[in-house]
Ligand binder design. Structure first.
Ligand SMILES: [Fe+2]
Length: 389
């Protein structure tokens, strides 16, 4: 763990069931007159809560321009530019308010930056490329998992290269986040499960990374316990609003840890699988996470004992015994959540697994974050082989 580090959260959090009903006070306090309201089209069309909150926003601002975002797991730079142009056409946007899933929030954060920084989104790909502060933004997630509302990352697909590469860093944070479980009521079950597993993968990977520090570890521990206790409710008690609110907290803390420490093997593997095979991001990570933990424990990394202690104290066990049990715990959780064991249903099979493994070669940088050496050409292929049959 690093003892010399930098840690940041550039976000003001408003947290609570029904908290969105207080958006008017936020708008009035900051004196926003013209608002670009970016909303996931599914939410705009089907959520009664959205109509209620939209009225509150309209009551507090002078003008509100709604831009509906089409639902997509993989927003492209072309689509980002399309939305940015719509927002730039609005006269003097004071703030962007975004309501939607992780992709919608990613678009909104980037659009807030593109309103003040000219040119196409691709120009700002990478880290700290935005040179002018973004207009203020409010990110309100309608799924609990990605944590986009707290990170300084927004992921887009460059269609010409079939790669996911984001706009990251300075000015790419949401000014405010509102975590309010009433939005999750309209979230489809499979999306909720994928997003929830995404959050669990975030906190576990952040915990493992070589850049972990006391601040990220504090976020990781709280996120892990919160998610571990509440994720099963998505399966066993899907109407449990308190559990959903807790999952929002877990996802926020998990992402706060992750963007400060960097990601690891599971998240990295899931990116090309999402782009080329349409594997949902959270499920992709969820398929690999238990295997990654088993791999690390087998090779002698036993820091998972610290996480097991939080949920299952075994005072006389060694760190090795606890870490082995932890791998089982995560395997059991994946099963409870209905995470598939293989990638076969998305067309990744024993026949094409070697070609799929080729896609992983450029990810060696992310693999290097793992506490145990993991080689793209050999270990990634081996890992994929375990998940095709
Ligand atoms: Fe993720």
């Amino acid at each position: 763990m690093k003892t010399d580090f930098f840690f940041q959260i550039n976000n003001r959090l408003h947290y609570g069931i029904g908290k969105s009903r207080e958006l008017n006070t936020l708008i009035e306090a900051d004196g926003w007159k013209n608002i670009a309201l970016l909303v996931d089209e599914g939410v705009a069309k089907h959520s009664a809560y959205y109509l209620e909150i939209k009225k509150i926003i309209e009551g507090a601002a002078e003008s509100v321009t709604e831009i509906q975002l089409r639902g997509s797991e993989e927003p492209s730079y072309d689509y980002l530019d399309n939305v940015a142009d719509q927002a730039r056409a609005i006269n003097q946007v004071d703030a962007v308010i975004a309501i939607g899933g992780g992709s919608a929030l990613d678009i909104a954060k980037a659009v807030a930056g593109l309103i003040t920084n000219p040119g196409p989104g691709l120009k700002y790909r990478g880290f700290d490329q935005l040179t002018v502060p973004a207009v203020p933004s409010v990110c309100i997630p309608t799924t609990a998992g990605t944590g986009s509302e707290v990170t300084i990352n927004a992921v887009f697909t460059d269609k010409s290269e079939m790669k996911k590469l984001g706009i990251n860093g300075r000015y790419l944070n949401a000014t405010y986040a509102v975590l309010d479980a009433l939005w999750l009521e309209s979230c489809p079950h499979d999306v909720a499960v994928s997003a929830g597993m995404d959050a669990m993968v975030h906190t576990l990977e952040s915990f493992m990374t070589g850049n972990a520090n006391p601040m990220t570890r504090a976020s990781n521990r709280e996120a892990f316990v919160t998610l571990y206790k509440n994720l099963p409710a998505l399966i066993n008690a899907p109407k449990d609003l308190d559990a959903k609110q807790a999952i929002l907290m877990g996802a926020y803390l998990a992402a706060a840890g992750l963007f400060n420490s960097g990601s690891g093997i599971s998240g990295a593997l899931s990116y090309p699988l999402g782009v080329h095979y349409k594997v949902p991001h959270g499920i992709g990570g969820g398929i690999f996470i238990a295997s990654v933990i088993e791999y690390n424990v087998q090779k002698g990394w036993f820091e998972y004992a610290e996480l097991l202690d939080l949920i299952e104290p075994h005072t006389d066990w060694t760190a090795e015994q606890k870490s082995k049990r932890f791998a089982e715990v995560i395997r059991e959780l994946s099963n409870t959540m209905g995470v598939p064991k293989t990638l076969c249903q998305w067309g990744v099979t024993a026949e094409n697994v070697e070609a799929v493994a080729e896609l992983m070669v450029p990810l060696q940088g992310a693999f290097n974050q793992n506490p145990i050496e993991f080689i793209a050409e050999t270990d990634a292929l081996e890992m994929l082989r375990h998940h095709v049959a």
